[in-house]
Design a protein around this ligand. Structure first.
Ligand SMILES: [Zn+2]
Length: 65
């Protein structure tokens, strides 16, 4: 039983992977109100900007601006 639990833990995606998941519309609206936007790597940039890793903001990526 213990071994099975360990295996399940091993194959289950880790929570930090959800950083790359597209944000909800509510989150995007909140970011726009804040005057910025996050990128898939978690950086904070201008709504139409790119971060130091070359990643576009989610608003750009999703074609919203
Ligand atoms: Zn970045």
């Amino acid at each position: 039983m213990k071994e099975t639990e360990r295996l399940i833990e091993f194959i289950t995606p880790k929570p930090k992977a959800k950083k790359n998941k597209a944000p909800s519309v509510a989150t995007l609206k909140r970011w726009m109100n804040d005057g910025g936007c996050e990128t898939p790597c978690g950086c904070w940039v201008e709504p139409d900007g790119y971060c130091e890793h070359g990643k576009p903001s989610w608003l750009l990526l999703m074609g919203l601006i």
